[in-house]
Design a protein around this ligand. Sequence first.
Ligand code: SF4
Ligand code: SF4
Length: 214
Amino acid sequence: MSIKRETIKKISHEIVDQVVEDELLERFKSCYGCGTCSGGCPSGRRTAMRTREIIRQAIVGLTDELLTSDLLWLCSTCYTCYERCPRDVPTTDIIIKLRNIAAHKGFLRGPHIAVCKFLINTGHGVPLDHEKNPNWMNLRKSLKLAPIPPTVHSFPEALKEVQTIIKELKFDELIGYGEEVQKEMAKKDKEMAPKKIQVLEEQLKKLKSEVEKK
Ligand code: SF4
Ligand code: SF4
């Protein structure tokens, strides 16, 4: 099987400057690449998440690779890496900062935009589905709780406040201006789909043969 090398197209130190704008993140540059962060990452056990890779890409200025990468969104912000880093690099906060930079450049993923739109329309990232599914309301009633919890769903006037804050912060514009990039990424995902299927099929085949050997 031939292995295709990734080609580095551009190096930019803009990303380093943006990360260290926040002086708490200055320690970012003291990473010496030991990999302790990746070794303890619970997300990395199940996904392609590699914390060290993100930090190294940021330090050397691989902005395009980093901000368009899926890795950035696989972190669950559990802070294990930060607790274990021997150089006290605030890894998790750096990942959050990089996500903010990616969002401002229009690289939010489709599912994030969907959650943001729910927030704008209902005041909740995950709105209630009580009209379609009353079962959980009945469960709440059986526990002598109000059928709908005292959140924005129960207070329509609070939704207006949420929407005013979102408008003032220009959050609605932020999630809107990624649409062109979203289309571009959807196109890229479509192009990559056959390759991803092939990789999954190979993994499945390997697993099957391992099970058969046992
Ligand atoms: S644990 Fe800290 S020093 Fe080691 S690679 Fe990760 S960020 Fe760098
Ligand atoms: S904070 Fe993110 S990168 Fe760090 S260990 Fe947890 S999941 Fe991994």
